[in-house]
Design a protein around this ligand. Sequence first.
Ligand code: BDP
Length: 582
Amino acid sequence: MLFPIENEIRQVKYLNGIWRFRKEGRLGQGFDEKWYDRPLQDWIDMPVPASYNDITVDKSLRDHVGWVWYEREVAIPRDWQNKRMVLRFGSVTHHAVVYMNGKEIARHKGGFLPFEVEVAPYVTVGSNRLTVAVSNMLDESCLPYGVLKDADPAYFPAGEKQLRYEFDFFNFAGIHRPVRLYTTPDAYIKDITVKTDICGAEGIVDYRVVVEGETEDCEITLLDADGELVAKAKGAAGKLRVPNAKLWEVRAAYLYQLDIRAGEDHYTLPIGIRTVTTTATQLLVNGKPVYLKGFGKHEDFFVKGKGLDEALNAHDYELLKWINANSFRTSHYPYSEEMMQMADRQGFLVIDEVPAVGMNYWKPEPVFTEGKVDAKTLAHHKDTLTELYERDKNHPCVIIWSLSNEMQTQDPGALAYHEEIVNHMRALDDTRPLMNVTDNVSERDTVGQLYDLVGLNRYYSWYFDRSNLASIYPRLTREFRIWHEKTGKPIMMTEYGADTIAGNHKLPETIFSEEYQVEYYKENNRALDDCEFVCGEHPWCFADFATAEGLKRFDGNKKGLFTRDRQPKSAAFIFRERWSKK
Ligand code: BDP
């Protein structure tokens, strides 16, 4: 799905800002009373994009399980009246029903990917009422995975739901990313797929354009970063050859512009020429080994929760540079397109993950069972992979697809399930390696061999052998070797960490102190350095973040190397030094 751009043909109107907002008093109230049929009553101001949870000080809104309603006017300019108009949501978490002037025009499930709908048939020049019903409810057919139960009517209002979720981040909800209305000609460039390769000094750009409607042929030009023409072609599909190509390199990005004209339409896509491959021990970008240094992150900040914050994102990239990182994983869901574009420009490597998280709910009972993780989960998992691929396929920053996080891969049924998602993703994309992120041990895992890399989450001396730092080195080196021998794949440490309260100092080091986090990482890193098949390390987590309330979580997850307001803990300096050399 193409990102909406603005040029002499295409126009974009941003529908961000303050919308009217109302929470339902009982589940389904808005639908029963047809809140979409007339202007919303009893509303409050709500910013978009933002999570609604922490905007007010109303606990019943923060913890609400069910639907909330957003509404605003959309002005259609007179000179748009004969144009094709598309309404596009960057993301609505987790379910959306969209109405224009009281008529339902779109539905979407999945809280971290965009969706769009043509609106010309439903709008008139001048003012139009746009209403969006948003639900944060998750069940076994959703990613992330949750369990929805009827609340006990003895203690809760009739019909109220309770949501249990195992994933370790607060279930922020709302209209999280920009809402845009954009125009295209009637015959328009619908999709572009670019695959790049390198042959000696030549870059090869394999492109495929999908045009909807009747047009003359496509005209393709490739421009370098100075706007100079480097290659051109005619036709909806073909290969461009770039002599002496400037490659998109790690932390040294070079972007070309693929400029496409089809009939009246015009679209320009930034592309990077690069390859990604793996061997038994290494990850290679442009044929050169790269060691991944960076973090699992979250989209998370005060007040706006998971709402897009470009200032925060720009700052996070500055911190990533400060600490000498070159990569991150979009744990545990696709991040905003704006975040991916920044990675493209700045040469960061991204492991792009779908929200297949929180599926370990019934541990240690089997998870892959009818009524738990079954055909309906699998169907949505595949749909989400397709949507992720369609959104992110042209980003040079995306070097690996991560298909799930911490599923119970020892269960009967796990292998068949993973075969399905792996085959699905490989059929979509034959240019990027696939990873499964696991907390399982290799002796029990049944799916590792399907993937190109193994992502391991390991918390020795934290969840296991707590405060026994000496256990880390022997356990990790032993375990890593077994994983590598079994799979013959490079291993990446996708998560390791210890909750640390910034400013809590203890000698000798004890858990939750900054000193403990420092010693914890020193021991882990010593083990990683002694395993030649390890291709990267992502300490968990980049910054502290909000979680559901729980007795193991004091004001959220504190495993950040930075605090939630982005100040470094002592261990950040360990990595800054280490990564300047590694
Ligand atoms: C891992 C999860 C991650 C958690 C982390 C932790 O992948 O989402 O936040 O553990 O416990 O199991 O801090």
